[in-house]
Design a protein around this ligand. Structure first.
Ligand code: ACO
Length: 330
């Protein structure tokens, strides 16, 4: 069977202008700038204005990615939106985005894998392109997480922000060097209770009681997540290297999920790669879940750190607990 190679044709990202800084949070909960910086590396998070939805952020990022790729929305075969904060349960945010882009009748699907969503989506898109079933796929990671955060809970409200990033993935032309080496997707549902958004589904439908108890907000066991994050991302990176007969020195850049600077540093240490080869972009964004990797990647492409021909390792973990890696030559 003929096998094709997947190429990133263009990327883009969008960050809302409104910022919530550590100093703003000092006035809201019992915390301080020094504690937050030392424990997370975060100074500010972005917050979408009222009346702006996840699909709006996705739309802005997608327009930039399509323009950079030189591909029109009408040429897309599929739109994938990785998100844990969709516009609404139904219809999916990818369909809303399809209409905003005027993308015709291509397939449109949301990926629900929390912070691992972009890596999961990339792995799925690669399979469709690899087999020749599809040629052009728009993959977006987009979140408005601040609407699911309790600004009285100092353990979570310091972490999360809003953003969108997009990549247009396409079939590489013969002779083009870009490819996805492999993707490795995992989950461990046995420890799913480490990070949850309890209400809003069939288990706990929204009611006044739910709202009074704050069950519409995320809940997290931070210290335990930290340990699993380091282990799962390190393992997923190693799995990708082993699969392709490579070593850490063959990787030009690792782009981990941008949850916390200390987690990123621990993964780099575990993976035996210098921080000079790690993309870190969370100080002015916070943890934007499914958007972090593609926002960080687009920033590094635009400022010239990431260059064509380099080997790039994407790795993520998130609620589920989901995790994975995607190893590519850009
Ligand atoms: N400001 C000041 N003090 C705080 C704050 C705060 N915002 N939050 C907690 N503390 C206190 C705690 O109450 C605790 O006090 P105590 O010792 O009196 O009990 C103390 O600080 C230490 O708390 P720890 O939980 O041990 O702090 P830790 O060093 O683990 O840092 C943190 C907490 C930043 C949450 C860390 O565990 C972490 O980043 N974990 C991973 C979280 C994460 O990535 N979540 C998202 C993953 S899934 C996804 O991305 C969707």
């Amino acid at each position: 069977m003929t096998s094709f190679q997947t190429r990133i044709a263009g990327t883009g990202h969008f960050l809302p202008e409104r910022r919530l800084t550590n100093h703003d949070l000092e006035k809201m909960v019992d915390t301080n700038d020094q504690w937050i910086r030392e424990r997370t590396g975060i100074y500010a998070r972005r917050m979408a204005e009222d009346g702006i939805y996840t699909s709006d952020l996705a739309h802005e990022a997608a327009k930039i990615a399509l323009e950079t790729a030189g591909i029109s929305a009408r040429e897309l075969d599929m739109i994938l939106v990785a998100t844990a904060s969709p516009d609404q349960p139904m219809p999916n945010t990818a369909c809303v985005l399809q209409a905003k882009l005027g993308a015709g009748n291509c397939a449109a699907l949301d990926i629900s894998a929390a912070c691992s969503g972009f890596v999961y989506g990339f792995g799925i898109a690669d399979q469709f392109i690899r087999t020749g079933a599809m040629k052009n796929i728009l993959l977006v990671g987009a979140e408005i997480l601040h609407r699911f955060v309790n600004y009285k809970d100092r353990e979570t409200c310091i972490l999360f922000g809003d953003a969108a990033g997009a990549a247009v993935l396409t079939r590489a032309n013969p002779g083009e060097d870009s490819k996805v080496y492999s993707s490795h997707l995992h989950a461990n549902g046995e420890i799913g209770d480490l990070f949850v958004l309890p209400a809003g589904g069939t288990k706990i439908p929204i009611s006044q009681k739910v709202v009074d108890e704050g069950l519409q907000y995320v809940r997290m066991r931070g210290r335990e997540i930290f340990k699993h994050a380091v282990r799962t991302m390190s393992d997923a990176c190693q799995e990708a290297l082993d699969k392709n007969g490579m070593k850490a020195g063959d990787v030009a850049w690792i782009i981990p999920h941008q949850a916390n600077l200390r987690i990123i540093e621990a993964v780099a240490k575990h993976f035996e790669i210098s921080m000079e080869h790690v993309i870190v972009e969370l100080e002015d964004t916070g943890n934007t879940s499914a958007a972090t990797i593609i926002v960080a990647m687009d920033r590094a492409i635009r400022d010239g750190r990431i260059k064509r021909g380099q080997n790039i390792m994407l790795t993520a973990f998130g609620a589920g607990i989901t995790s994975g890696s995607l190893f590519l030559r850009y």
